[in-house]
Design a binder for this molecule. Sequence first.
Ligand SMILES: [Zn+2]
Length: 478
Amino acid sequence: MNTERLPQENKMPLTWTLKDALASLFVKALSLAIRLSGKGSATSLPGKLVLRWHPQLLNALGKKLPPIRIMMTGTNGKTTTATFLRDIFEANHNACLLNEKGANLVYGITTSLAQAVGWNGAYHAQVAVLETDEATVGKVAPAVIPSDLVVMNLFRDQLDRYGELSTTAAFIEEGIPFTTGTIFLNADDPMLVGMGRNAEKQGLDVFYFGLNVSRDAGEETTTGLAKIVPHPKEVANCPECGQAVLYRSRSFAHLGDWFCEGCGFKRPDLDASITPLNVEANGWHLRLDHLVLGQGILLKSPLLGLYNAYNVLAGASVAGYYHTPVTAIQQALNTHQAMFGRAEKRLIEGKPVQIMLIKNPAGASEVIKTVCNDTQAHILIALNDSYADGEDVSWIWDADFEQLLTTHPNAERYTVSGKRAYDLANRLQHASLNTDWHPQVEASLENALHLALAGVKDGETLYILPTYTALLELPTVH
Ligand SMILES: [Zn+2]
């Protein structure tokens, strides 16, 4: 890595007070006590308590972070991408601080930083990657002063929490004035390009990344340069004139090589792009073109699906910008353990299981495509409606279960579970177009898992599609 771009560890903090140190020690001790007691995860509560006593702690912790502070946000893929980016930096022997999985709100980030900071206020890290919830960016950015802000995408997600997409975009934009370096944006998402225009007006550098797909991945037809009119649910609007955009090619949902017939505005030139090439049994070949790293770089990724191609691209965009060599990117891909349920493969009760988190229509529809590629699939879907899942489960009506039921019509292969198992069963029955179609319904996830696994024969795989809190309930996933 270019050392000019990567300053050395900050070992001489100047404004670290005894109160900051004691507050951090409190977080470490309480986290340990919670873990030892076995009463739940210590990712958030210590931060919540300590901020009552020391409201400025996050500020103190943030100012002591190493100069490379990458804040990562967006609806889908931020955990996978943040982890991947950490793996790339570490493959290049750059110690990297990453907040704990899922701890991406103010309390969780405070807890993670306090756990990592030394007694003297120094971190053993040259880079910090902070996965940050979209609605939290504006609250955390003033404390940590990010060097870079990465926005993956904006999908309709948990509407009851965030309201409309424009509200979510506004939350993220609150972080832009505090960013000192570059804003990395997915150019395939028209709303993010609107955000990029605003950032450029504020004098910030914008780095655009996007996918080059030669066909509309949402359809099975070759479209070439023909314009694609998206499904009404997937409409995105031109950031310049507000008219619904059309596409030359589309990866999925509202993401793609878009343009506006009204004013001529279009997807900006890409500073980094990935072109998916052929898929083989042991991985997917991708071509990376990058402003800093060069053109025509071949990568091999174990993570299938266009949503994962975006994750690889975002990680490579940032790492490459900091002159991290391609070998480190490839090494991180080779060793990458898709963490925390995102495309996780494992054996449960001796049978192969693949776990893929679902949480919104676009992400779930992509997961469904992956499941449809396996003709031997058994399917367990678990829908909860806790706060972290989104209390409004109406999104299941926008996910493409029709495709799933068309490919896998056999009801015996389906088990549904979770607090809203019956809503889900109803949704699937609608997708089957057959009122006699009934999946196995078992509200207890533990029982549902046994039931589903009992039907899996040699050579078959069980795909588990849980919402967030259902994922946490699965055995051996923690
Ligand atoms: Zn326009």
